[in-house]
Design a protein. Sequence first.
Lengths: 265, 264
Amino acid sequence: MIWTRRAIPWRDIGVPLAVLFLALALWEALVRWKNIPPYILPAPSVILAKLIEDRQLLFSSLLVTLGVTFEALVIATFCGVALALLIAQSKWLERALLPFAITLQVTPIIAIAPLLLVYLQPGNAVLVCAFLVAFFPILSNTSLGLASVDFGLRDLFDLYRASPWQKLIYLRLPSALPQFLAGLRIGGGLALIGAIVAELAAGASGQGTGLAYRIVEAGFRLDIPRMFAALALISLSGLAIYGALAALSYVLLRGWHESARAQDE
Amino acid sequence: MSARDIADVQVTAPALVSLREVGKTFPNGLVALANYDLDVREGEILTLLGPSGCGKSTVLRLIAGLASPTAGVINWSAPQVKNNIGVVFQDATLLPWASVFDNVFLPLRLKGVPREAASPRIEEALAHVGLLNFSRALPRELSGGMRMRCAIARALVTRPTLMMMDEPFAALDEVTRFKLNDDLLALKRRFGATIVFVTHSVFEAAYLSTRIVVMSRRAGRLIDEIEIDPAIPRDDDYRSSKTFADMCRRASQALRVSIEEATP
């Protein structure tokens, strides 16, 4: 069965894991051979030990960061899809709203974060930053999907005099699903980046509880192994978010969309 | 009733829809049709034959209401005919995310028919095209011929008075095309809809049609109109008969004239 075969893609997981273990082994050997002190470059074993030692602190911070990321992604999904639907209804709305969405997208979030920290509570500022970066890919991809309905199917719905609501439910939304999910995958990663960037800005001003704040805090104390441990957790979180959204995309598109078909083959 | 009488009935049957001096000019200035007249008679299989760009598909789209004429009028024998048209496009045009059953259900769903009430009609349509055992399959899992059968079942499920078919079998291999031609004739006998068929193939036109209209590349001009006795059984004997060969020859000659007109 296709699903079973896809559930254990050993080749896809095994090869990068082997490369990772090889790189970690080389890193470990180099640090031991050259006697590099941990405050310059800690060995992977030291980072792992730190991760275990500080697990309570690091994992509680991770939960804060993931909570913000998830919350921002949900709001960005809701707002992105809602605005895409509005834009799809009228060229005038597109002309009126899209430039503002693009402006928000092209303005670097690192430049917006300090301002948001001035006007908002640190927690809300982090949430808004994560939302802002996740919002645009969801909006633009969903808009593209809603506008890319097959002409033949459009004719078919016109022939049967489908109402605008029927066209939306039975044609436009399912047609836009692949692009929406692609936007969601990008948005998921960006929401984490936005949350981290905002936490770094908040951390620089001495406020915050998220994982990036722990990096800033460890940097002040020259606790380099803890910085690496927090960094490893962020990377793993990003991979987990991408993997979960890719899996969701596969489940929803399996059987009918070319992207899921390409994975099957 | 003799075969000749049946043919006479065919010729004198009332028009379901009439196009009078119909023109279609696209916004870019391209004239697809000009002063075009056509009667679609009740019960016939009318084939529009002509080179690419002669306006065959435009005629179909105008009749189906998918485009509006920029000149002339389209008269319907009754409003309910206009509101009960089935269309089969060149591509099967199925919803890729929906099962065969849901694809056939679509026209009824859009008319507000509940799933339970629609079920017997969907199953009947699927049975007629031989897809009842594939009702849960997704379009991707079907062959090209099966996808087209699904599109035909979808067009038939509303029991249309008029079926419009725009080169539906063009992308299929010869064997599948022959089989679907026979299946279409069997469905026509069962459901009795009037069919307007667009094709490039003179053989398909001569086999299926009771009337062939050969269109000129010059917008709206008619090259030839060929009546084929509807009483002649359409089978392998007909494919190898002199009558079939004569019809193909006449349609080919008209098509050649049409293509020569198109060449500058």
